[in-house]
Design a protein around this ligand. Structure first.
Ligand code: SAM
Length: 151
């Protein structure tokens, strides 16, 4: 395997809870960004992201929550999407520069490998500059990692 295969341009940001997840917005989202939120539920965070960027699309696997998000925020774009289906995310046709992920089921420590697999998949396919994920497990794990300085 070549070293190129490991060279990702995406930064991963782990937030422990929804307050931390939302607190990242002014730091990580800027005016030129095109943002994808996966697991948007009723669009509360999507609406907080919107004033900071060029475009945000809120997505969720549940058609019911997307219907409610559209009713509550008619000015924003929401789509039904299974976050594990990265090809469907790609088919939204936007060049996403930031991705926000808050999917229920990914918060526990046991789901750490699923979180890492999902991040790797989005980083490889969509190549955003950063992915912010609500995952206490990832934050805890990352806090205990040190890259060994070397070539
Ligand atoms: C905690 S809620 C999201 C809250 C929202 N991000 C906010 O800040 O208000 C988690 C959401 O993940 C969604 N979800 C669960 N599995 C999913 C999947 N495979 N793809 C997309 N969304 C998923 C659920 O339907 C639920 O609406």
């Amino acid at each position: 395997m070549s070293r190129e295969q490991f060279r990702l341009g995406t930064t991963f940001v782990g937030a422990r809870n929804v307050s931390e997840y939302r607190a990242t917005i002014p730091v990580w989202v800027s005016a030129d960004d095109v943002v994808l939120e996966i697991g948007c539920e009723w669009g509360t965070t999507t609406a907080l992201i919107a004033p900071h960027c060029r475009l945000v699309i809120g997505t969720d696997v549940s058609a019911q929550v997307i219907e409610r998000a559209r009713r509550q925020h008619p000015e924003l774009r929401f789509e039904v999407l299974d976050g594990f289906d990265v090809r469907a995310a790609q088919a939204l046709g936007e060049d996403f520069t930031k991705v926000y992920i808050d999917m229920s089921g990914l918060s526990g420590y046991r789901s750490l490998l699923d979180v890492i697999a999902l991040l790797q998949m989005y980083a490889t396919v969509l190549r955003p500059q950063a992915i912010v994920v609500k995952s206490g497990a990832l934050k805890h794990f990352a806090a205990h990692c040190i890259p060994w300085p070397g070539k």
